[in-house]
Write a new protein. Structure first.
Length: 538
């Protein structure tokens, strides 16, 4: 619990004073202390580091009633890396905290009023902290009115947390206060029986020196003297530490996460599939290769050719580079084919550059929709892959360009044979030509329009753009789930019903090809869940 709990006293000579406060410190804060301070403060048990009486010396510029402890006490929580430090003032490495505690003390004992002489009140703001204050009085045979005013304050910046802790804090603070009042009451009764002060004061007022006595010739007494308990501050330390720890254990913050995205589920399903399939990556240990065996086998070449995809941020960066190099018109044509599932073929001599382009384009669709073959010497049918990288000397079957309706061919050639790319993502070193027998709709899907608009926004960093893509893909995958569940519900579904559903999910006519293709990106677990539910209902 990130709070400070303090005992405050209204001194007739100095006004409201902070007497004793306890605050938790974390390891990061403890490292800010010097070695000498750490060795003096940090310990695994409650103790008085000074070795003598914990009552501070009279050399301090304060009265007896404001005394508390000289150095303080420390308790270390073995269950968590937290130390609880009690002293007259808060942590010296955080001077701003003392100002907040001091202001809370002033308001607690002078500005804020609770119903009756004792009780709990709540006050504060977001700038100076929120405070739960419990004011009370201890009997003192020598005090004016035979009692002295105190308060225990609990201060923290989290208003909601403190208010939710009210039902716990107030009863336990009351128990501690009743314990103090019981001790002080016994001392008061004992002193009154020996020397009743009421009669003495009446006699003094009758003698005519009332004005002199009103100033208070009797010095203020410390809470140690009022309770006749030398260990009273140790008791307060233990009580404050228990309250802070118990309150923090009572209410804990829980990070609520939404359901995993479809991409996350797809990744988990692929991982399970790999583990159950016992895929063998290496069959020949390195130490078994002889010194003269320098020619890699076909299997080793295959292992070395395993694709290591770039990071998502790098792919976003490459996607923006591609937008600048191709221009808005060609980039729109290319990405339109991608998001509706048409096969995209990139043919060229630079294998790694082709891989980077394909990885960047795959960021536009859910992972379940990606069936890539990043490098091949021969054409692969569209049912096997929708992202295909071919070598420059590879050829396409004649029937593909003449009859295949869902193919986009991108040719890559160097602009200048003498100006070769230094990096794999030097996309501007190439010329690009696109050819496709497919005529696309005049209007692109809504999600593609939003993606292009976000990519052109230079104020969006690559990290922001990555989150934007995640949100857009998940938003439209949710629409796909609704449509999939609708089609599997059973019964005859008319075109009117379909149009009404599209209107409900805010999808338009140009979005239908995308929704149909993205259905292939649904996870196996979701499909099985829908099919099982549909069978159970029938």
């Amino acid at each position: 619990m990130n709070a400070i709990i303090a005992l405050c006293h209204f001194c007739e000579g100095h006004g409201p004073q902070v007497m004793f406060c306890t605050q938790p410190t974390h390891p990061k804060e403890q490292t800010e202390l010097s070695h000498e301070e750490a060795s003096a403060l940090l310990s695994n048990r409650v103790r008085s580091p000074s070795g003598d009486s914990p009552v501070s010396s009279k050399s301090e510029h304060t009265c007896e009633g404001c005394y508390s402890v000289k150095t303080g006490f420390v308790s270390h929580d073995n269950d968590a890396p937290i130390s609880y430090i009690s002293s007259k003032y808060p942590n010296p490495t955080q001077p701003e905290i003392y100002s907040l505690v001091r202001n809370a003390c002033l308001r607690s004992l002078s500005g804020e009023v609770c119903p009756g002489n004792e009780g709990a009140i709540f006050f504060g703001n977001d700038q100076q902290g929120h405070v739960l204050s419990y004011t009370f009085q201890l009997k003192d045979n020598l005090a004016r009115g035979f009692q002295r005013k105190y308060s225990i304050i609990v201060m923290m910046m989290d208003k909601i947390y403190l208010l939710n802790s009210w039902p716990f804090l107030v009863p336990h603070l009351k128990l501690l206060i009743e314990h103090l009042q019981g001790k002080a009451g016994k001392v008061y009764e004992s002193e009154q029986s020996k020397c009743p002060q009421r009669a003495v004061r009446l006699k003094s007022s009758m003698a005519g020196n009332f004005l002199q006595q009103r100033g208070g010739n009797n010095p203020a007494r410390s809470i140690t003297e009022l309770t006749k308990d030398k260990n009273i501050f140790k008791i307060l330390h233990v009580a404050f530490v228990w309250i802070l720890k118990a309150c923090s254990n009572r209410i804990t913050e829980t990070l609520l996460e939404g359901p995993p995205t479809e991409d996350s589920i797809i990744d988990m399903e692929k991982q399970e599939e790999t583990e159950e399939g016992f895929i063998k990556l290496f069959t020949k240990p390195a130490n078994e290769v002889s010194d003269g065996d320098t020619t890699p086998s076909a299997e080793e070449k295959e292992i070395a050719d395993i694709d290591t995809p770039p990071s998502e941020l790098d792919s976003i960066h490459n996607l923006r580079l591609l937008l600048k190099v191709l221009g808005e018109s060609n980039f729109h044509l290319l990405t339109h084919h991608v998001v509706i599932g048409n096969q995209v073929i990139i043919r060229g001599s630079y294998k790694e550059t082709i891989k980077l382009i394909l990885h960047a384009l795959m960021m536009l669709v859910p992972k379940g929709c990606c069936r890539p073959i990043l490098h091949s010497n021969d054409y692969q049918e569209s049912f096997r892959c929708n992202f295909l990288g071919l070598t420059a000397d590879s050829s396409l079957p004649s029937h593909i360009l003449s009859s295949e309706m869902f193919v986009l061919l991108v040719e890559m050639h160097l602009k200048d044979e003498n100006d070769k790319p230094l990096n794999d993502n030097d996309f501007d070193k190439f010329e690009y030509s696109m050819a496709s027998p497919t005529r696309l709709l005049d209007k692109a899907p809504t999600v593609l329009q939003k993606i292009e608009h976000a990519l052109k926004n230079e104020r969006f960093s690559n990290g922001v753009m990555e989150q934007c893509l995640i949100c857009l893909k998940e938003e439209w995958m949710n629409k796909v789930k609704v449509l999939y569940k609708f089609t599997k519900a059973g019964g005859s579904i008319s075109e009117v019903d379909t149009q009404n559903l599209l209107h409900v999910v805010e999808a338009k006519a140009e979005d239908k090809p995308l929704l149909q293709f993205w259905t292939s990106g649904l996870s196996v677990s979701y499909r099985n869940h829908i099919l099982t539910t549909s069978k159970a209902q029938h």
